[in-house]
Design a protein around this ligand. Structure first.
Ligand SMILES: Nc1ncnc2c1ncn2[C@@H]1O[C@H](COP(=O)(O)OP(=O)(O)O)[C@@H](O)[C@H]1O
Ligand SMILES: [Mg+2]
Length: 385
């Protein structure tokens, strides 16, 4: 854990530095672009500047990497306004080989300029092209250390279909589900409607690879199924339909273990959607309607159920092969059964998000959590682990 990467010569000889340089990477191509920006605002404000140098790099919606303002306020969600990375003149290029950690900037046709080296990348990205292993793969290619899950765990965590298969393979409890691939429903709507009916209503129709509840519909009437599938397909041609679980929504934050140590689970928290207009924990409830949702940590559950949730959260983290951090979301049924809903390898990470709040309630502050995550990443080897 204390193994620092080899020292890197400073860019400006007049300003020698020994602080690791952290590249915060945010925005991105997914539907969760704005959420990612708001996470970046929180981290820019809280990261310990006496300990780390920070390089904020935004990814535009079209996938261009640009150097952006190191200004926490510019990236927050205020009065329902969603922040966005806009195209800028300074395009950032990753190191071009595994032996090199230098970032470069390209501006307006000028020759590339050195931006200095980077020791660790903190991908604050949610959804496809960020939380799904693609960015992680880019970083692996050039041996750059980064916070969080690797390529495979990220990809598994992103894909609700594969995630469920991995969890079921490890004997973890999940909701019954079916998968509808591109074109399948339209070829045989009758058979698919029967398959879905067999799950029992209501069902939840979801894009296999999205997040923030985007494209998810709760279907109570089979007549609404085709529209729900079409809505999910706006985000992903592969659709997961799962049986609705009646239960309380409980979440648990997991932090990777220090070298040789097991992963750590926080106090579980509970989400209660108090404004019934939402129907479930949808996008508006998550980000735009603070008053309509109550987050409680620790959740008001018997001690043995809390322990069970924590144990299942760590088993889920390990089953998927996560590193660094993940939030495991479960349902606790009226008879105190635990059903895993999903794992998020890059959970919401603003200071007000559940993941940091659950750690806060467990004795680890937001700045210390950021520090721990960066240290875990600095201390882990590159390549196959
Ligand atoms: N099987 C289910 N039973 C009951 N509620 C569900 C089910 N699946 C999803 N939900 C509701 O929809 C929300 C979003 O679904 P989730 O699978 O967590 O997608 P996302 O990855 O977008 O967060 C959940 O927080 C919950 O409120
Ligand atoms: Mg969720």
């Amino acid at each position: 854990m204390e193994t620092s990467p080899a020292p890197v010569p400073p860019l400006d000889p007049d300003q020698p530095r020994d602080r690791p340089r952290v590249m915060l990477l945010f925005g991105g191509r997914s539907g969760e672009h704005a959420i990612s920006c708001s996470t970046a605002g929180g981290v820019l404000r809280a990261i310990d500047r006496t300990k780390y140098d920070v390089v904020p790099v935004g990814i535009t919606r079209s996938g261009r990497w640009v150097l952006v303002d190191d200004d926490p306020d510019a990236w927050s969600i205020t009065d329902g306004h969603l922040p966005e990375v806009l195209d800028g003149p300074a395009q950032v290029l990753l190191p071009q080989s595994a032996g090199d950690r230098d970032l470069q900037v390209l501006s307006n046709g000028a020759p590339p300029a050195l931006l200095g080296s980077v020791d660790v990348v903190f991908p604050l990205l949610h959804g496809p092209f960020g939380e799904d292993g693609t960015i992680q793969g880019m970083l692996e290619l050039v041996d750059l250390r980064y916070v969080g899950a690797g390529v495979l765990a990220s990809a598994v965590g992103m894909d609700k279909h594969v995630m469920k298969m991995v969890l079921a393979g490890h004997g973890l409890p999940i909701a019954p589900f079916t998968v509808i691939r591109p074109g399948e429903f339209d070829r045989d709507p009758q058979v698919w409607t029967e398959t879905v009916a067999a799950l029992g209503l209501p069902v939840f129709v979801k894009p296999a690879r999205a997040g923030s509840s985007l494209g998810i519909t709760k279907v109570e009437n089979l007549a609404d199924l085709p529209a729900a599938i079409a809505a999910a397909q706006q985000h992903d041609p592969k659709v997961v339909v799962e049986a609705g679980i009646r239960g309380r929504e409980i979440e648990c934050a997991v932090l990777g273990g220090r070298p040789g140590q097991p992963a750590r689970a926080s106090q579980p928290g509970e989400i209660v959607v108090t404004d019934t207009r939402h129907g479930f924990y949808d996008f508006e409830a998550k980000y735009l309607d603070e008053a309509g949702v109550q987050l409680t940590c620790p959740a008001d559950l018997p001690a043995d159920v809390l322990e069970e949730v924590r144990a299942i959260a760590v088993r889920t983290f390990d089953a998927v092969g996560c590193e660094g951090l993940a939030r495991v979301d479960v349902f606790v049924t009226p008879d105190d059964g635990v059903v895993v809903n999903e794992i998020n390898t890059m959970p919401g990470f603003t200071p007000f998000s559940m993941y940091p709040r659950m750690w806060q309630a467990s004795g680890l502050s937001y700045p210390d959590l950021i520090d721990e995550l960066v240290e875990l990443a600095l201390g882990r080897p590159t390549g196959l682990r």
